[in-house]
Design a protein around this ligand. Structure first.
Ligand code: NAP
Ligand code: MG
Length: 475
């Protein structure tokens, strides 16, 4: 049982100003695995004060000192590999292989990448008539979701520390323990007192206190559009800078030269990965009309290769939804699809056979539906795919761009010209051609209602900087 009723403020664990706690549930067992304190506005005030007090000295550290710090963090993080994998598997229900290869690894890569990028990062530039200086933005509030407990926290922290900003973090209350483990990492790595502060609790109290705090200069948020709107409203009151990483409903465009197995595997893995709880998941697939029936057959045939079940099992591809609420949301969307007359290829409502305990969904695909239908337009955040056929690529691209979102897009095929053509025309922040290759130096973020701003690598660091021009600077 994990029992954390303290917050981390100014370099030490301090009592919460509130006795209330929040239970954390393992979604695979439906059992309570621990508690965290439900922080208050007063706790946020203390944390902001500590971050403000630490800002002057931290923002004046040298680039070399901050590179050293990021490298120390990466080293301490690596020492706790097994703990991270265990904690993420328990609190999120992420299959142990995914917790290791993706969840754990992404967190680590952001710290390593920030250290690397910082080496060549210029904080000043002498132009002919002006001197431009980039300086840390100040105190940053970081609010993160539950679906990648170390990835989003790490990208924000790595960028903030690289820039010289101090922070207050509020992780998702459904998956707080990875952030608590990370706090231990930061402590051991020598992050100065007050530079990193952690306040646990609910979004409506702690998150709201952070985004409305007059002494917070910047809020970096990842989560839903509804909460993103609230953060913007709060930030508008005192013209706080914000960065938002929100949802998506990303398209997969399959070219006609693609073999049907590649198309089917791309579709299944996009929705089954992390149980569909991935903001960049491809959830609308566009295939050539002639491919429809073979695609349907292939999906049915391949599905057993993507086992759903116990996250502790190394062979499991897909675990449960993070919570009962999330499971119910997914069920409601599947039922809506059925009610609206869409045709099920695989899956449907209810839990997969034999999985009575745990918030498990079925990998579900719908075909023969209208692209305007709710299940094709709204983000479900579960393992649900909608399949569309096209006659011409023009038609596919147009539909691919017909949502309020623009976070990611995928193109699968062989012809290099067509691959590049489609990739360039999808209106989204991150396009992957075929397998692509992970690149932690490349910017991450969304067009349209998928967000504002970019994270990762040098673009991520820029978010935590203010730009100053000095005219008449003595040379
Ligand atoms: P969420 O409800 O927006 O929660 C995200 C974070 O915001 C949590 O820490 C939450 O706290 C906090 N929060 C809730 N209400 C708040 C408020 N009024 N003020 C400030 N903070 C508040 O999102 P979720 O349900 O956890 O995650 C699913 C959604 O996030 C999906 O829509 C998904 O697309 C999106 N997402 C986007 C990305 C991306 O990178 N673009 C990544 C992951 C998820 P508590 O939950 O602890 O109360
Ligand atoms: Mg929530």
């Amino acid at each position: 049982m994990y029992h954390y009723t303290k917050h981390f403020i100014n370099g030490e664990w301090v009592e919460s100003t509130n006795n209330e706690t929040i239970d954390v549930i393992n979604p695979a067992t439906e059992q309570k695995i621990g508690t965290i304190s439900s922080g208050t506005k007063e706790d946020v005030d203390k944390a902001v004060k500590a971050a403000r007090a630490a800002f002057l000295s931290f923002s004046n550290t040298t680039k070399e000192e901050r590179i050293q710090l990021l490298e120390n963090i990466a080293r301490e993080y690596e020492k706790r590999k097994d703990n991270f994998i265990k904690v993420i598997t328990e609190e999120l229900g992420s299959p142990v292989s995914f917790s290791e290869k993706t969840q754990y690894a992404m967190g680590l890569n952001h710290f390593k990448e920030a250290a690397k990028v910082l080496r060549d990062f210029d904080f000043s530039e002498q132009r002919e008539h002006s001197y431009i200086q980039k300086e840390a933005i100040g105190v940053a509030g970081l609010i993160t979701p539950w679906n990648f407990p170390t990835n989003q926290v790490a990208t924000k922290l790595a960028s903030a520390f690289a820039a010289g900003s101090t922070v207050i973090l509020k992780p998702a209350s459904q998956t707080p323990f990875a952030a608590i483990l990370l706090t231990e990492v930061l402590q051991k790595a020598g992050v100065p007192n007050g530079v990193f502060n952690l306040v646990n609790g609910s979004g409506s109290i702690v998150g709201n206190a952070i985004s409305s705090h007059p002494d917070v200069d910047f809020v970096s948020f990842t989560g839903s559009g509804q909460v993103g709107t609230k953060i913007m409203e709060n930030a508008a009151q005192d013209i706080k800078k914000i960065a938002l990483e929100l949802g998506g409903k990303s398209p997969i465009v399959v070219l006609e030269d693609t073999d049907v197995e590649t198309a089917a595997r791309t579709a299944i893995s996009n929705i089954a990965k992390n149980t569909g709880q991935v903001c960049t998941a491809g959830t609308r697939i566009f295939i050539p009309k002639a491919m429809h029936d073979p695609f349907v057959e292939k999906v049915k045939k391949l599905l057993p290769e993507y086992p759903v079940g116990d996250p502790k099992d190394r062979d499991t591809f897909m675990g449960p939804q993070v919570s009962k609420d999330q499971w119910q949301t997914v069920q409601d969307y599947i039922q809506l699809g059925i009610d609206n007359g869409a045709e099920l290829i695989v899956g449907g409502t209810g839990k997969p056979d034999g999985l009575t305990t745990g918030y498990y969904s079925k990998i579900t695909m719908f075909t023969h539906l209208d692209h305007n239908d709710t299940i094709a337009q709204e983000e479900i955040f579960g393992p649900v795919m909608t399949v569309f056929t096209y006659d011409t690529l023009e038609e596919a691209i147009e539909l691919a761009n017909t949502t309020i979102y623009g976070l990611a897009g995928y193109v699968v095929g062989k012809d290099p010209k067509q691959l590049a053509n489609v990739a360039k025309r999808i209106r989204a922040g991150r396009i992957t051609i075929n397998e692509g290759k992970a690149d932690f130096s490349a910017p991450f973020g969304g067009f349209k209602q998928s967000g504002i701003g970019r994270e990762w690598g040098d673009y991520g660091i820029e978010e935590f900087l203010e730009i100053k021009t000095i005219l008449g600077m003595p040379k």
